[in-house]
Ligand binder design. Sequence first.
Ligand code: PLP
Length: 433
Amino acid sequence: MEQSVSEWLRRDSERLWHPYSSLTEPSPVRLVRGASGVRLRLDDGAGGTVEAIDAMSSWWCMIHGYRNPVLDAAVKRQVDDFSHVMFGGLTHEPAIRLAERLVEISPAPLRHVFFCDSGSVSVEVAIKLALQYQVARGNSGRTRMLTVRGGYHGDTFAPMSVCDPVNGMHSLFTGALKEQVFGPQPPAGFERPDDDPEFAAWAAAITGLAERQADQIAGIIVEPVLQGAGGMYPYSPACLRVLRDLADRHGFLLILDEIATGFGRTGTLFASEHAGVDPDILCIGKALTGGYLSMAATLCTTEVAHTVSDGPGGALMHGPTFMANPLACAVALASIDLLLSQDWAARVARISAGLSAGLAPAASLPGVKDVRVLGAVGVVQLGGPVDMKRMTEAVLRRGVWVRPFRDLVYTMPPYVCTDEEIAAIGAAITGAV
Ligand code: PLP
């Protein structure tokens, strides 16, 4: 017998955790009744359904939209072959092909790929690689990571330790986290001349910190050019050049976390390209499979891979059960091929222009602190905390799904949105604000 929406929601609230939620004060959820193209079909809270453009790409993932025929077919083909095998002692074509494809498209020095099942785990692996690399080079005192304030790298323990320590998200765990080295947040704004005094002050501060603690630092980890869940905060590519230089001078490894920014989101295939900087280690996830399956990867240079492999212990001691899941590999390959078969850069540029035009009127509204757009990411920052429920509903009434947090209402739409859909997203957010 068909159950009512309210019955499903009651059962949900009795049994389920949702992201960043409490079971005693659950935040409201909507029941998904289907999804196709860029639209979600959701319960409307009154016994019917409502369609909404998914302006979040389900948290940066669904770049080609839902029920994409090419990606659907790739998963189905692989299901008909085999869905999963252990990766210890076994290998398969989808994993080999995907690893080769990733090496081909990612920054040049990256040659080796470790597959895992979430972004957080790919950051764990990156940090492990950096520590093991330093041990292999006789630097076993180098056990800390240098990072900047305002970052977000995931919710497991090593990533939590390099997230912003005071923005509240993980502050409860502070005592249990490895103490890392935090430099100041880069000055705000993607467009900044290299002789800008704020940039110079930031560069001097982080350089001083690195010099003073060099003998303790294994690597540097940052989200290149755009900090995501720490505040949707773009910064100048010149900062990455400073970090690359520090890494080279002091023997740190540069880890770039492109889990959110990878696969074109900021206008280049990888955000590091804005700076002309190559990392030693790269973390990717989210849009890797076009959002179809849970998969992430850590890529590294031959120097890193061989130093670790030739060092004490030899092996990299990590091996997730679902490592290189064949369904995920197959759909990731299809997603990358689909992306690169189109003029994706032109599409992202059009989305950028559309979001800039659509969100610009919000800048003059009372209570709005800032409006910013970088690539296919648009942000309205309010003067204080946003009422998440009210704002979500107000945007949804205008036909768009968003998930505001802190003082931010933001969008990173699927690349397959039409110009009209991008305009509708801008108008819905501006209207609701
Ligand atoms: N790093 C960045 C930059 C992210 O944006 C995220 C997720 O939002 C993560 C790491 C963690 O990824 P996951 O949620 O897949 O563990």
